[in-house]
Ligand binder design. Structure first.
Ligand code: GLU
Length: 331
């Protein structure tokens, strides 16, 4: 069995919202209940979306909740630096390793071209399945129609299986679901899938706890783990927290930042208690300390969803429910 060295991997693109706080609470309990260390990594590669000041606010909100870490941008550590924007060498090395194994190719197809060619019943959030147009050309230089992206050559027909601590057994045939996926964009920005695997490998992460919106990325990441030759972590995906209007809390503009709870004079233990009850970690209403939560936390006890947020946090939370009782994507 893998250990539980874990990580908190926020994107500094805005305030810490309650959905994010719920995920980080589980990540913290999951590591600490096993006596394992935690790394804080700022996922700031998508500079267009990074908000100045968000990193500091995230850390302040996490600390207010009592969630701590052993390595991070503020405290340093042996596997740093801890901002993705400061780790280009790590991604370059991973790309070189994949290229040396013949698993990368250039692609200068536009989205419109892909959509035209793909006979795509799978036109999901990330667009249609890539039909492999550029794959036969490999890493050959040619006259580009536009700056080329790098794609990972997915093994055709291979089913990836993994056991998620909350969602159970998951399977995906990546070649059918998404096809060869981008690991470096045409503008040179390293794609999330590659960055997260290269970082988790370099930082010795053994357990990935994150929101269920990323459950659908896991099979792709496991293919990268396999191609890079590392021992993959185990996974625990936390249920999405949605509002009554069906929008993810992360995307709602108002009413749910942790900072609002602070400003309203609430005790962090009230927020922890409400989040833990929403997640199924405790049954009773009321404030809970992290110590108390550590004593009762079990990974398999985390709910997939279907439970209303308890009312004790008042109007700021009253409209939030977990509705992700099903697997959120095509797994
Ligand atoms: N940075 C991602 C997010 O904030 C999390 C990535 C991951 O945990 O793999 O949604």
């Amino acid at each position: 069995m893998r250990g539980r060295r874990g990580r908190l991997a926020p994107s500094p693109t805005g305030a810490l919202h309650l959905g994010g706080a719920a995920t980080f609470l589980v990540a913290w309990l999951d590591a600490r209940s096993a006596g394992a260390p935690l790394v804080l990594r700022m996922e700031d590669l998508d500079t267009q979306r990074v908000l100045p000041g968000a990193e500091g606010c995230l850390m302040e909100d996490l600390r207010w909740l009592g969630l701590d870490w052993d390595e991070g941008p503020d405290v340093g550590g042996e596997t740093g630096p801890y901002r993705q924007s400061e780790r280009p060498g790590v991604y370059e090395r991973a790309l070189e390793a994949l290229g040396a194994r013949g698993l990368l190719y250039f692609c200068d197809c536009s989205r419109a071209e892909i959509a035209r060619v793909a006979s795509a019943p799978h036109a999901g959030e990330e667009g249609p399945r890539y039909p492999g147009t550029c794959r036969p050309l490999g890493l050959q230089e040619r006259r580009w129609k536009r700056p080329p992206a790098l794609r990972f050559a997915v093994p055709p027909g291979r089913e990836v299986r993994f056991e998620d601590a909350v969602y159970g057994e998951c399977r995906e045939v990546v070649s059918e679901a998404v096809g060869d996926f981008v690991v470096r964009r045409g503008d040179g920005v390293v794609a999330y899938q590659l960055a997260v695997v290269a970082d988790d490998a370099a930082m010795g992460v053994q357990r990935v706890v994150r929101g269920a919106d990323l459950l659908g990325s896991t099979a792709r990441q496991l293919l990268l783990w396999e191609a890079l030759g590392g021992a993959a972590p185990t996974f625990l995906h936390t249920p999405l927290v949605l509002g009554h209007d069906g929008a993810r809390l992360a995307k709602r503009s108002r009413g749910v930042p942790v900072a609002d709870q602070r400003a309203a004079g609430r005790d962090p233990q009230e927020v922890l208690g409400a989040l833990a009850r929403m997640l199924g970690i405790v049954d009773a209403a009321g404030p809970f300390s992290l110590r108390e939560l550590l004593a009762v936390y079990r990974p398999e006890g985390v709910r997939r969803g279907g439970v209303e947020v308890p009312a004790e946090l008042g109007v700021l939370l009253a409209s939030a429910v977990i509705v992700a009782s099903q697997r959120p994507s095509g797994l």
